[in-house]
Write a protein that binds this ligand. Structure first.
Ligand SMILES: Cc1cc2nc3c(=O)[nH]c(=O)nc-3n(C[C@H](O)[C@H](O)[C@H](O)COP(=O)(O)O)c2cc1C
Length: 390
């Protein structure tokens, strides 16, 4: 049994028996075992995500500064290595939370204010917590709505996030009021971060993960005399032509498991990089997606689809469009992983959101072709932040 289940079992039995609770049931003298946040506090403390104060207290009603909140999230994410210096004048390299702030800003979770400052001592508000956790989840573009009575008071930047957070039960509201501008308390932070991680775990534990990839290398009439020498993205491995998307697919599978699926066209593209690009351009201009020769037989088994593809002419390769048209994505979580030579994701994030109505399309990761072989840590970090693995 998981430790938190044991704790809740213990708490329920103790409650049922009408015990006067000893302080140590939660580890904190100011966290009663029957408090709504008790389990979350125990979770946060056991995971090393939030500690207590001196004297054995937790301070459940205290507010939390932005710097402290970055540290909570950073520890919950496993304290990953951080490159680079802080870009905020109010966060020095020697500050205890410098790594956490650096990480949160590099990941795009917490940005500074317009004046360039991070606002280290400003209390974090409930709508800020919602927005930041929503960004942790990859800023889902398609999700349900929450029916908070004060939703009109939520700032524009946090509107989608608050809807998402409520629809997914990550933050609660008293009397259906979200109270967006109230400072978040330590108890609320513990509960929402725990709910976020619990939700991500259960979202990703039920169904299986499909790693669907498309690469030029296995969709051409490979001619070693032409393609092995002139094609930037062809990696020759044991004499076989292996594309960058396939290398990424193997990387993802090594990290999270799941089933790989190669998207392959019925008609091969011509050998020679230029010839392929010409054909792809013609297909794209004519909006003529080619037919596919491969098919996922057990599509219903998958609830997460990690879609890996090269950027072609700033967008999705047309064969990937065919793939998207052939399956229903409602209820699925889609993670786009794009390899490119300078365009980044190009327009593919938006194309995917449009092509997968009813799916939760998370924020993708772009990896430049020449950097694929060294991208494992980056890819793992991205998957971790999306809650796909610990
Ligand atoms: C038809 C075609 C169009 C491309 N268009 C772009 C582009 O618009 N922007 C870009 O950064 N790279 C572009 N590339 C480069 C590929 O995205 C890049 O080399 C990628 O890493 C190849 O992945 P693969 O080996 O899995 O096919 C294009 C490549 C091809 C073949």
């Amino acid at each position: 049994m998981k430790p938190k289940r044991l704790i809740s079992l213990f708490l329920s039995l103790a409650l049922a028996a009408g015990f006067a609770f000893p302080v140590l049931a939660t580890g904190f003298s100011d966290v009663r075992p029957d408090a709504w946040y008790a389990e979350a506090v125990v979770w946060a403390s056991e995971k090393g995500v939030m500690g207590g104060y001196g004297g054995g207290t937790f301070g459940p009603d205290e507010s939390v500064t932005r710097a402290q909140f970055s540290a909570v999230l950073y520890r919950a994410a496993g304290s990953p290595a951080v490159n680079g210096q802080s870009r905020f004048p109010d966060v020095g390299a020697s500050d205890a939370f410098a790594a956490a702030v650096g990480w949160a800003s590099t990941e795009g979770l917490m940005n500074g204010y317009a004046d360039g400052f991070f606002g280290r001592n400003d209390p974090v508000t409930r709508q800020q917590v919602a927005a930041i956790l929503w960004r942790c989840a990859g800023s889902p573009v398609a999700s349900g709505n929450a029916d908070f009575s004060d939703v009109s008071q939520v700032s524009g930047y946090a509107r989608t996030a608050v809807n998402w957070i409520g629809a997914n039960g990550i933050m609660n509201a008293d009397d259906n009021r979200f109270r967006p501008t109230d400072n978040a308390t330590r108890a609320e932070i513990a509960a929402s971060v725990r709910n976020y991680y619990d939700g991500m775990e259960s979202e990703n534990s039920g169904g299986k993960t499909l790693i669907a990839w498309f690469s030029r290398a296995n969709n051409i009439d490979f001619d070693p005399n032409v393609d092995a020498t002139t094609s930037a993205s062809i990696n020759l491995i044991d004499g076989n032509a292996v594309g960058n998307a396939k290398l990424l697919a193997d990387m993802v599978q090594a990290a999270v498991g799941g089933d790989e699926f190669a998207i392959e066209t019925t008609e091969k593209y011509p050998s020679g990089y230029r010839a392929t690009t010409n054909q792809a351009s013609a297909e794209q201009s004519a909006q003529a997606p080619p037919k596919l020769s491969t098919r996922v037989s057990n599509w219903e088994d998958y609830d997460t689809v990690i879609l890996i593809y090269p950027c072609w002419w700033g967008g999705l390769p047309m064969p990937v469009r065919t793939f998207l048209e052939e399956y229903g994505f409602t209820g699925k979580t889609v993670l786009p992983l794009c390899t490119h030579e300078g365009s980044g994701m190009g327009g593919t994030q938006r194309e995917l959101a449009d092509a997968c109505p009813g799916a939760t399309v998370l924020t993708g990761l772009a990896v430049r072709g020449g950097s694929v072989s060294g991208a494992a840590a980056n890819v793992e970090n991205w998957l971790h932040n999306a809650g796909i693995f610990d």
